[in-house]
Design a binder for this molecule. Sequence first.
Ligand code: G1P
Length: 293
Amino acid sequence: MSKKVRTAVFPVAGLGTRFLPATKAMPKEMLTVVDRPLIQYAVDEAREAGIEHFVFVTGRNKGVIEDHFDRQFELETTLKERGKTKALEELQADLPIAGQASFTRQQEPLGLGHAVWCARDIVGNEPFALLLPDMLIKATPGALKQMMKAYHQNSGNIIAVEEVDPNDVSSYGIVGRGAGEDEAFKIDQMVEKPTIKDAPSNLIISGRYILQPEIFELLGSHIKGAGGEIQITDAMQKLLKTQDFTGVKFDGKTFDCGSKIGFLTANVAYALDRDDIKGDFMSELLNILSAKK
Ligand code: G1P
């Protein structure tokens, strides 16, 4: 039986240069889709999948993320006094239970692989989930929950994958398809940001992983890859020699909120799904669109 995945790692140390000036003083993970920050969506998805411990790998200027997952007594008192019990309950439900969140710092921006390695002592010798908050996945059940099902069937390592336009492969980690079904198959290679010519497929790594702890030792060699950064994809490619990796094509829609288009369309899609605003939002949107024609 596969060992339970209790911990999730959230790398949130990135500089967010693609969203300047918005991200000059504010972490990119706090950008909001409707009224929830990106990092909250990732935490909600992890919690839904049964995660009990949330590990944030932060960096300088990321203190707000820690505050976001803390209680705010002044605010709570004001909401209570004003009788806004629903808002108060919702705020409290978003929080990890005391002791369920850990924060560590990546002191230098050396790449995603290095950020994950920074969490090694907190995660320990257990399988863990890794969620990149930039990749917002709208899915029911959530993408990680869907992956957990595959994990219990296949054990080993699980990677969420999806197809993209072949012209976009060089922006992502790409997997090669081995044996298996379309929805869950053995991965036979992984390469970070290949050229179109070198890409083994158009299946991207969608920012959700379930990994075995042996990855930490490989990350510890600190070998630089694509973009001069320590890449998690390179360490996974090495681990592939001794462990299975299963690619899971989840059912859902991904918004790459690391790009402006992804972020803006996420806002539209999530707003159109919200009972409290969708009617008004839709008519405003239609007005804007018809004025543009
Ligand atoms: C990272 C990973 C890449 C993955 C991508 C998903 O790249 O290295 O394999 O496909 O996230 O967003 P980054 O976006 O940090 O450059």
